[in-house]
Design a binder for this molecule. Structure first.
Ligand code: NAP
Length: 486
């Protein structure tokens, strides 16, 4: 634990929490050694099992340890609010309440009791069901009358940890490493400091985020936070995990709309909420092509609280393709395009290609899906095996064939590649798919999914900020992440 304190100090922590309930044994001598010459201020906690901790011994022994910690000069002692006031240390107390099941129905009453009690700091932590619970924790901080820690635990509550500084929290908790969390949803100090720029988040910081399920492995926080930092915009971008379903999506958006003080300005929206985003912002607030695709992946919250939506996926794909070919979108008219796949990505791309009057044939493993998509947008449909007879100027892979870890697969055998002039692979992990490697070897023009991916992030940045996106930096972040994850 002493070594961990040194590591925390080196990593830039302002304070360390010593969870004595994690020690096999903690007597007074151990405690004295632990606190002597400590490298940074310390909160001493000995959480009992009834409050989600590991201390299973007798309550008088536990309280004895806390009193000893106070005596040996601990900077703060965390005492659970269910300990009678007469049995709590008198000074330097963080009075805490935990609920590992849900946001308590009587949250406000609990917070009021914590605030009224004689303690320097209040702490409340509860399990988050959705990011609206993170917002509830932020609201406690926003209106706190004394130094407070408020946290929504679990992945859905991550924003409450990242934004704690913005709302004037006494502090937040981070782990030293992945796997060393002392509560669900804790981020590492490295993530808090480097990725989420804890030290530069303040009262005026604007908030953006990615809505999806799952979002834990999304590259968007890394891309957008790096972009904000590079351009010098006071904004932070957080993960917002929302369970599938329009109801949970709407619940969060309504909570955000009712909380203008929270500073939310916009969202990236990913699977499975793009349709919910369109339904929520309404067709009147979205461009016609995004409406036809039926998906919104970008939301901007206007100063009057209204939400506007965009689909940067189709625009990003069209820009990647036309830039790779050195043509304008209008020049796609009449060109023969083979689209392989009939899922979400194919839908956006087919809608855009047919909008620009390209002659599109869709090839898909599940033929009825190809037929349905083709019928909707005026394209041709063929079964996947029919790629053997493919004849087109442009081939676009919209399947996940060739994606990590299945990197030796390809949707188009090498011998077919001489029948096309341009190959666009929407897969971006790896950047150089087998399809693109073989297309390049055959002398075909190649467009990578990385271009599309970076384009859509740049467009989002520009929609939100009105500033030119730092494209190079955003591309570097994506490339670095892909290298690290492969
Ligand atoms: P999706 O909705 O799940 O669709 C997946 C498509 O891939 C379907 O057409 C599916 O065929 C086909 N497929 C999957 N495995 C296959 C296999 N083993 N053999 C034949 N066909 C197979 O997914 P999506 O959202 O459209 O994403 C598809 C790809 O697009 C992903 O690889 C993703 O990396 C890429 N993408 C890239 C970007 C970017 O910015 N570059 C953005 C979005 C997506 P069935 O209909 O027969 O199941």
């Amino acid at each position: 634990m002493r070594a961990a304190m040194q590591a925390a100090a080196a990593a830039g922590a302002d304070m360390a929490e010593c969870r004595l309930d994690y020690l096999d044994k903690c007597d007074r001598a151990t405690l004295r050694t632990l606190l002597k010459d400590r490298p940074l201020p310390v909160i001493v906690t000995c959480r009992p099992t009834r409050q989600g901790g590991r201390f299973a011994g007798h309550e008088p022994d536990r309280l004895g340890i806390l009193f000893a910690a106070a005596k040996f000069g601990a900077d703060y002692v965390d005492v659970e609010a269910d300990v009678p006031e007469s049995q709590r240390p008198k000074r330097r107390v963080i009075l805490s309440h935990h609920d590992f099941d849900a946001r308590p129905a009587d949250l406000e009453a609990i917070v009021a009791r914590l605030e009224a009690a004689p303690a320097e700091v209040c702490k409340i932590a509860f399990a988050a069901d959705g990011p609206e619970d993170a917002l509830a924790a932020c609201r406690i901080l926003h209106s706190a009358g004394k130094p407070t820690i408020a946290l929504a635990m679990g992945e859905a509550g991550a924003a409450s940890r990242i934004l704690a500084g913005k709302f004037g929290a006494f502090g937040t908790f981070a782990s030293l490493a992945r796997g060393a969390e002392s509560a669900p949803g804790q981020l590492t100090i490295e993530e808090m400091k480097r990725l989420y720029r804890w030290d530069s988040v303040g009262p005026a910081t604007a908030v953006y985020g990615v809505i999806g399920c799952p979002v834990a492995h999304s590259m968007s926080p890394a891309i957008h936070n790096a972009a904000f930092a590079a351009v010098g915009i006071d904004a932070v971008y957080v993960p917002l995990r929302i369970e599938p379903g329009a109801e949970s999506f709407d619940r969060f958006i309504e909570a955000v709309t009712a909380s203008p003080w929270a500073g939310f300005r916009g969202f990236s929206v990913t699977i499975p909420h793009k349709q919910n985003a369109l339904a929520r912002v309404g067709e009147a607030a979205v461009d016609a092509l995004a409406c036809r695709i039926g998906a919104v992946n970008t939301i901007r919250l206007e100063p009057d609280g209204a939400a506007r939506g965009w689909n940067t996926d189709y625009a990003a794909a069209m820009d990647a393709l036309t830039a790779g070919m050195g043509i304008a979108r209008e020049d796609l008219a009449g060109r023969k395009v083979a689209v392989i796949g009939a899922g979400g990505a194919a839908r956006a791309i087919v809608a855009a290609l047919t909008h620009y009057r390209a002659d599109v044939t869709i090839y898909n493993r599940t033929f009825p899906r190809a037929e349905a998509l083709a019928g909707e947008f005026g394209a041709e449909a063929r079964p996947l095996e029919a790629v053997a007879e493919l004849s087109a100027e442009i081939a676009v892979n919209c399947t996940s064939i060739g994606m990590h870890p299945d990197v030796e697969s390809t949707p188009l055998p090498a011998e077919l590649l001489r029948r096309v002039r341009v190959v666009f692979d929407t897969v971006y992990n790896p950047v150089q798919t087998r399809l693109l490697r073989e297309a390049a070897a055959a002398g075909r023009a190649c467009v990578s999914g990385l271009e599309m991916f970076v384009n859509q992030a740049c467009m989002q940045f520009e929609i939100w900020t009105g500033r030119a996106a730092p494209r190079q930096i955003m591309r570097q972040v994506v490339s670095r992440h892909l290298l690290e994850s492969s």
